[in-house]
Design a protein. Structure first.
Lengths: 308, 253
């Protein structure tokens, strides 16, 4: 049984089709990334999972529980960190977390709340009113609220938006720890380097459609081209004809500096060997590979546009 | 703690933490009404000519009920509208709290606030006038029904409202006129026949008449009729409000 099962889900707001016939599943323990440009349908899909909006078609199961028919069990299995920085201004951090535990029917949760507060570096602020916290701290409380009932599945909807670098790193270390402990994590983010380093599999949405779902490693291997920047010291003029003979896509950037496009990284050794055969002294070699951002942009460009 | 008791506690603490504003202020406002009306009208109006109950004493249950109704409405409408507009409603919508528990917790907390305010008005008034208590069960019945009715109306308004202006409109153009025209400040028997008929269409009239009968034992209309009308309206509004919550109207997209 997967942690999440999304089957032929569609959701419209009037004439706007926010999610179109999306199907995929997320196995237990996976760190899954859901990417897409603004308005792609990520938040609608997450809201559908969380029961914050009602789908028009299809079904969604969280740990085997249908979010509509068996909503109470589904919600017990799910912790959601919402995108907006929302809070209740009447209460302190500890009160907020105690109430959130109570909503899930948990009577005494102080030790776990202490652990979460400690893990998120919020212990000192436990008795502070929510209004008095900085944006980053409020964001951490949102994460804490999603964790109070120890859900097996945690959904993070752009949790690091507007968060400083230090806090972002701490937050990811904490989330990674939860994933290592067996929690299934679903992440949406616009920081693609985060998705690249954390997620083992990535789904991409565009105009409400799932346009790609692949393991992160495979995505990064996809259409993989490598750029090699070579600088030679002596008699640089000798290199260009030799490289052109071997590879057509070679550009002389500067005197003695060449940018060479190779189909994959294994070709680099061949180029270096050829340079040595020409008795040229290599001053520097740099390689540039495609990252997730390049892959994301190329997939989004290739996916068809939808007007309605 | 269950979801219901947690939400009830949270909603109760929400008004308790700002008690000066949510309990103290309405009690003071009612006392000011009492002071001003007593000064202006005490010797001019005789509500029950055959009894020793003077106008000042007559006013107390009406003011208590008016405060109860307004505060029960304010509690649910402001809490829900604020949660919706600030976005923190998600903390409740994401949880496994049932529709019944959500409805019951909001309504109970609003009733508690309304009853606290009403009790505050009566107790404070007792320092100035002798308020008799004829039947405590009638007082509690009509007080509780009034609280539930207005709390349900407040929830409906909170669900429907998309900005605070909508709540204010509901409060000023629906709740306030219905409260003021229900016999808070007068006995409907003192009105011309046409206005008596109009008053009888207003469910708040039966609430206040029944509530006042609990103090003085002198209802303007038969108590059975008031109990029937108030019960029916309470059930109708509660069912309407519950249906809205269950449907997710304006709560779940």
């Amino acid at each position: 049984m997967p942690a999440l099962e999304i089957n032929r889900v569609s959701k419209s707001y009037g004439a706007l089709k926010a999610v179109r016939n999306v199907s995929f599943s997320v196995p237990r323990g996976e760190f899954f990334g859901l990417l897409g440009p603004n308005g792609a349908g990520k938040t609608t899909l997450i809201n559908s999972l969380a029961g914050l909006c009602r789908i028009d078609q299809g079904f969604i199961k969280v740990m085997g529980h249908d979010v509509k028919k068996n909503y109470q069990s589904a919600r017990r299995a799910l912790g959601v960190v919402p995108q907006e920085l929302v809070f209740d201004p009447f209460f302190t951090v500890r009160e907020t977390l105690t109430f959130q535990s109570g909503y899930f029917g948990i009577k005494s949760n102080d030790s776990w709340i202490d652990e979460i507060l400690d893990g998120l570096d919020l212990s000192e602020k436990s008795n502070a009113n929510m209004r008095s916290l900085s944006g980053g701290m409020k964001r951490r409380v949102l994460v804490a609220q999603a964790l109070v009932h120890r859900p097996p599945v945690i959904i993070l909807d752009e949790p690091t938006a507007g968060v400083d670098v230090d806090l972002r790193k701490n937050l990811w270390a904490f989330i990674q720890k939860l994933n290592d402990a067996g929690h299934t994590i679903v992440l949406t983010t616009h920081y693609l380097e985060e998705a690249e380093s954390l997620c083992s599999r990535i789904g991409m949405l565009k105009n409400g459609e799932l346009v790609c779902i692949e393991s992160t490693d495979r995505l990064l291997q996809r259409d993989k081209e490598c750029l090699v920047r070579v600088r030679v010291k002596t008699n640089p003029g000798k290199l260009m004809p030799a490289l052109e003979e071997m590879l057509s896509e070679t550009v002389c950037v500067d005197l003695g500096e060449y940018l060479i496009k190779v189909p994959n990284a294994s070709e680099i050794e061949g180029i270096l060997r050829r340079i040595r055969e020409l008795h040229l002294e290599i001053d520097a070699v740099e390689t540039e590979t495609e990252d997730l951002e390049d892959v994301f942009l190329s997939i989004m460009k290739a996916a068809p546009e939808r007007s309605e | 703690m269950s979801g219901f008791s947690t939400l009830l506690l949270k909603e109760t603490l929400r008004f308790w933490k700002v008690g000066f504003q949510t309990i103290g202020a309405p009690v003071l406002t009612s006392l000011l009404y009492l002071l001003i009306f007593s000064h202006a009208l005490k010797n001019r109006i005789s509500v029950y000519p055959d009894s020793e109950i003077d106008y000042l004493t007559f006013l107390v249950p009406g003011l208590a009920m008016m405060s109860l109704l307004q505060n029960a409405f304010a509690n649910t409408s402001s809490s829900l509208a604020q949660s919706k507009m600030m976005g923190n409603i998600v903390f409740i919508l994401l949880t496994p709290i049932s529709h019944h528990a959500l409805f019951a917790a909001y309504i109970t907390a609003a009733c508690v606030r309304g009853l606290f305010v009403a009790a505050g008005v009566v107790v404070a008034a007792m320092f100035f006038v002798n308020v008799p208590i004829h039947n405590i069960f009638l007082i509690l019945f009509f007080g509780t029904c009034g609280g539930v009715m207005l709390a349900a109306l407040g929830l409906i308004a909170g669900i429907w409202a998309e900005k605070f202006d909508h709540i204010a409109a509901f409060q000023n153009f629906v709740i306030l006129p219905m409260t003021f025209l229900s016999g808070v400040f007068y006995s409907v028997q003192s009105l011309p026949p046409m206005w008596q008929t109009v008053s009888h269409v207003n469910p708040f009239f039966y609430l206040i008449d029944g509530f006042r009968a609990g103090f003085f034992g002198r209802p303007d209309v038969p108590l059975e009729l008031s109990i029937f009308v108030v019960s029916m309206v309470t059930v109708f509004l509660s069912l309407g409000c519950f249906s809205l919550i269950r449907s997710g109207y304006k709560l779940r997209g």
